[in-house]
Structures are given as structure tokens and as C-alpha cells.
Design a protein around this ligand. Structure first.
Ligand code: NZQ
Ligand code: ZN
Length: 387
């Protein structure tokens, strides 16, 4: 096991009615906030009005900025920064999913910084300081509610890039599984793929003697595999929704990565796909992860065979590790297909014409991944396998 420092400061308030404490939690963070949200869902569900009422009751002043889209855009982030400066807002309250939270974190980073906020994403500036961010979560998927990451798309060139730092971990996350009852099946499935991918990026490591976190990863994956079909069959199944929501946070709050070195190449490749084609991040991962697994399998067949037997109950044939491993990949693909996710890039409308461009953009700052270091040609080959 590797040495590690683990600190996750996000206060989680979980369960039915969790968002009712938004006034109190926000007032403890700031007196004047930017209320940031997405498109239709928070208005249609009445959540936005309830949040506003609680803020009024708690004496928290706010300005509103809606319109965050999936794969959130830099232009809206800039608008949010200007709004915060103009009204001297002290914090950002995100009501929504990963896109709203990431946009909120970007605004929080940009307000105290004299230069252009995109500098953090190109690594020209270091993430040291940000306004505090609070979250009311509406979709379990990205794990942004307690991660230190933000992912933003710059429309100028369609570059989708991340920035990260502990100062970006939200102060609090209010998580009521009931808020996820309204999720369309496809969003539930995309969220499931992202949650599983966050675990798998950490699971496929070269670090030895990581038995405890292997088991935590396997438990998290099995929880998703068991509960997502239940939530898809009955959208208002509280217990299934609660299992998925909590698993989604733990999948990406860095606990499961303690003592290990994660890979993250598949995420980086996916960001190129969703940056250009504006597909759902989870759908892109569902297509790319099996392709990555197939491509790197032979670097540690035993680990892939372990994944197959412990997560998908494949009978472990130790004499034929590779057969066991391949069956695990096949079952992962079959599971994702069974919950309505695409199996190939072409099913998502991604043609062959821009594979070179995506492979080039993905590796422009060097190789990707740590389980196996991928150069441009490797990324191109994985995209081809996913086609
Ligand atoms: O805009 P509205 O109308 O709210 O619709 C949203 C959106 O269309 C809808 N939705 C959310 N909650 C709902 C709901 N619809 C009905 N009922 C609800 N309760 O769902 C759609 C997707 O929302 P989005 O926020 O985009 O989803 P997600 O949480 O999957 O976030 C995806 C973004 O997060 C990034 C991804 O790259 C992508 O840009 N990621 C962020 C990470 C992080 N910060 O740590 C890590 C991840 O690996 C990921 O890269
Ligand atoms: Zn992800």
C-alpha cells in the first residue's frame, strides 16, 4: 500500500427532507450567495422555490443564475464570476447535479483570482483559494458533491478540462434520495456508469497489497449493479435510490483511492468525446471503459480476473485467468446494455472522422493513465476499439 493523506471536509446531510436544512447550512457559510442551477428539472420539481423560501427564512440574500447545461460551459462561468463580483457575493450554492456543481466551483475559483479562470484548467494557475460552495444534490453520478474537482468545457475549441484542489470540496452536501425520483431512466443509467467508472479508475492499479480498498471498491460496484435495475423498474423506490446516492458519493470522495494510484485514462479520453460531441459523460464511459479494459488487460490479467469473479460472480478459472477476465468485461458490457446505455461510439453519433483529433488533444500534455501509460497511438486504438 502507498502512503496517503486523506481529508474530506464535506459535511454530508443525507436522507428524506435533507434539503430543508439549506437555509441553516447556507447561513453558516455566508450571508450573500449566488444561487446556481441548471435547466428545467429544479423548477419543475418545485425544489428551486423551496430552496429560495428556506434562504429567505434564514436571512440569506442571493442572486440567481440558472441555465447550466450538461458539460457546463465556460461562458456561463464567466457570467457567474461577474455577478458575484458585482453583488459582492461570498459563496455559491449549487442546486443540481455534477454540471451545476462544477460550474459553481469554477465560479468560486474565479472570483478571488485576478486573471482568467480558464488558467486553472490549463494549469497556468494553481488552485489555492476559492469561495465556499454548498450543494443540494439532485442526481447521483459525478460525485462532485464531495470531490475536489471541477470539469468545464471551453466553447472556444471545445476543450473539456478539469481543475482540482482541496479548496474546491464543497462545505456541505444535502442529499435527499427523494429528489432523484424524477430522474429519467437514461440519466439514472448514465449516473450509474459514472459511479462505477470512478471506482474502476481506482480499482485498476499497479499498487500491490490493497486488499481493504479492493473490497470497498467491489462492494460499491456490487451495490450499483444490484440497485440500479430496481430504481429503473420503480423510480420512486427510496431504498434503491438511497443506496445509489450514497454509493455515488463514496465512489468519488477519495476514500476508495486511499493507498492506491488510480488510472484515470478512460476519463481523460471520455472528456475529449463529450467535449466535442456533447454526449452524457456516463454514456461515454460505458462505451470507452470496456474498450480500455480490453486494450490493457494483459498488463495484469490476474487483477481483471479478480474483478470478474468478485464483482460479476464469474467462476474464477486460475489456469485460464484471461478467459475469466474477458468474461468479466463481457458481463460489464451486458449490464450497461441492460440498463439502456450505448455499447459503441457510433450508437452515440460519434463517427470515425475526429478520432485522431481526440487522441491528439487527449495526449497533448503527455501520456495518460498509470496502470498503463498511453500515448497518442494507444488512445487512438482504444477509440477505434470503442467504435
Ligand atoms: O438541467 P436540468 O433540467 O436540471 O437536467 C439535468 C441534466 O439534463 C438532469 N437532472 C438532474 N437532476 C435531475 C434531473 N432531471 C430530473 N430530475 C432530477 N432530479 O440530468 C441531466 C444531467 O445532469 P448533470 O448535472 O449534467 O449530470 P452529472 O451529475 O452526471 O454531471 C456530469 C458532469 O460532471 C462532470 C462530467 O464530465 C459532466 O460534465 N464530472 C465531474 C466530476 C467532478 N467534478 O468530480 C467527475 C466526473 O468524472 C465527471 O467528469
Ligand atoms: Zn466521471
Amino acid at each position: 500500500m502507498e502512503n496517503f493523506v486523506f481529508q474530506n471536509a464535506t459535511r454530508i446531510v443525507f436522507g428524506r427532507g435533507a434539503e430543508e436544512s439549506v437555509g441553516r447550512e447556507t447561513a453558516a457559510m455566508a450571508r450573500r450567495v449566488l444561487l446556481h442551477f441548471g435547466g428545467k428539472s429544479v423548477k419543475a420539481s418545485g425544489l428551486l422555490d423551496r430552496v429560495k423560501a428556506r434562504l429567505h427564512e434564514a436571512g440569506v440574500a442571493f442572486e440567481e443564475l440558472g441555465g447550466v447545461v450538461p458539460n457546463p460551459r465556460l461562458s456561463l462561468v464567466r457570467e457567474g464570476i461577474a455577478l458575484c463580483r458585482k453583488h459582492r457575493l461570498e459563496a455559491v450554492l449549487a442546486v443540481g447535479g455534477g454540471s451545476v456543481i462544477d460550474s459553481s466551483k469554477a465560479i468560486a475559483l474565479g472570483v478571488p483570482y485576478a486573471g482568467d479562470v480558464w488558467d486553472f484548467y490549463t494549469r497556468k494557475a494553481e488552485t489555492k483559494e476559492a469561495l465556499p460552495v454548498g450543494v443540494v444534490l439532485t442526481i447521483p453520478a459525478a460525485g462532485s458533491e464531495s470531490s475536489g474537482a471541477t470539469v468545464i468545457t471551453n466553447e472556444d475549441g471545445w476543450h473539456k478540462k478539469d481543475a482540482g484542489g482541496d479548496c474546491l470540496r464543497p462545505r456541505f452536501a444535502l442529499m435527499d434520495p427523494v429528489l432523484t425520483f424524477t430522474l429519467p431512466p437514461y440519466q439514472t443509467a448514465c449516473g450509474a456508469a459514472d459511479i462505477m467508472a470512478h471506482v474502476m479508475e481506482r480499482y485498476f492499479t499497479r499498487v500491490k497489497a490493497v486488499d481493504f480498498t479492493d473490497r470497498l471498491c467491489e462492494a460499491t460496484l456490487r451495490t450499483i449493479v444490484r440497485n440500479v435495475p430496481i430504481a429503473l423498474a420503480k423510480g420512486d423506490d427510496y431504498d434503491a435510490r438511497a443506496e445509489i446516492m450514497w454509493a455515488g458519493t463514496v465512489a468519488h470522495n477519495d476514500l476508495l483511492g486511499t493507498g492506491r494510484v488510480g488510472d484515470w485514462a478512460t476519463h481523460m479520453i471520455e472528456h475529449e468525446v463529450s467535449g466535442i460531441y456533447d454526449v452524457a459523460h456516463g454514456a461515454g464511459l460505458a462505451v470507452l471503459f470496456p474498450a480500455w479494459m480490453t486494450y490493457v488487460l494483459r498488463h495484469d490479467v490476474e487483477r481483471f480476473a479478480q474483478f470478474a469473479s468478485r464483482v460479476f460472480d464469474v467462476e474464477h478459472d486460475y489456469a485460464l485467468n484471461e478467459r475469466t477476465a474477458l468474461e468479466g468485461i463481457r458481463r460489464l458490457r451486458a449490464f450497461w446494455k441492460s440498463i439502456g446505455l450505448p455499447g459503441t461510439l457510433s450508437e452515440m453519433g460519434v463517427g470515425a472522422d475526429r478520432l485522431d483529433e481526440m487522441a491528439m488533444k487527449c495526449t497533448e500534455s503527455g501520456t495518460r493513465g498509470s496502470f498503463v501509460q498511453l500515448a497518442q497511438a494507444d488512445v487512438r486504438a482504444i477509440l477505434e476499439l470503442a467504435r
